[in-house]
Design a protein around this ligand. Sequence first.
Ligand SMILES: C[S@@+](CC[C@H](N)C(=O)[O-])C[C@H]1O[C@@H](n2cnc3c(N)ncnc32)[C@H](O)[C@@H]1O
Length: 336
Amino acid sequence: MLEFGGSPVCIETITRPVAEKPDQVHLGDIAPDYRKWVACREPLYGDPHAECCSDLHYYEIFSLLVKIPWLRHNFLARRWLDRLFLDAPDFVVRVLTHRRHWPPYSQRSFVGGARAFDQVGAWFLGELQGLGLFSQGIQVLDIGCGCGRLAYTLATDAALRELQIVYTGMDVDRASIHWCERSISPQNPRFTFYHADCYNASYNPRGTIAAANYRFPHANASFQLILLTSICTHVLEQDLRHYIDEVARLLAPGGVAYATFFFYDTSETVTSGSARHGIAFPFVRGHSAVNRQDFPTNAVAYDEAFVRELVRQAGLQVIEPTRYGVQDVLLLTRTN
Ligand SMILES: C[S@@+](CC[C@H](N)C(=O)[O-])C[C@H]1O[C@@H](n2cnc3c(N)ncnc32)[C@H](O)[C@@H]1O
């Protein structure tokens, strides 16, 4: 049971039995509490109820706009309307409620979290700390960092500052990267951000580089921790395949990648709606299924077996067992 703002939320996390194989990797020394983490029943991230738990109830008026179906799915049109009509009142509300440090409404709504910026960041921090993934001077790459929901919490947390984590955030959304550079880097100079002009039909429709051809500007084995939170849920097959290859290239031996997905087992269950994801994927395309045919990158689910095969081909290993929830989490590692 999870309580935020007085509203209890109970979300079932499913731990499927995983057949033990001799070559399976367990987190072992990396995170002694791993099994406790897998059994955890408190997945806030991606939880549609989490937004309702915020005390910021007046945002319900704001989100009425999002109820118009076409707008709901056309991210860029929504962003312009948010900028025109909602950023100014949101600013006033933020000042009055001591949330001035948050990015503007138009950026928060872009990452699907207009009301729970701090809560989601804190949840992630607990998640990564619970897994024991932070160590002194660790190099972190956050692919699709958005407007810094995670970075802000990591950059400003007193205990983590002691660890002198070096964090690099990358995103295809220029406005979010600018905000992070202006607002997070000055607070913690070890946190840097860069924009990659990769095409994403929802998030960067004017992007000039195919994500499937994008080479991340870092040397091999540069990072001990790579985060892909709610980005594999917005990229299509070719891009996903390439990003997994890049993760394999960039991850240092013994490093861990934390990636979230909407997984399905059979196309029947995904098309009829997956209870745990709170979202239906009626359109099957190859090894994936999308929520909207007109805006496929709005939400993409993957056949779990297909992703596991991509991971294997890239030379990565899945740390077992996997945790299934509102978004399913794959922890990947490089053993050589
Ligand atoms: C749902 S948001 C999640 C943002 C952030 N990870 C968080 O949890 O707050 C998805 C993010 O992925 C970014 N994105 C979409 N396609 C991308 C790509 N090909 N490469 C990197 N980022 C991408 C979007 O711009 C957006 O910021």
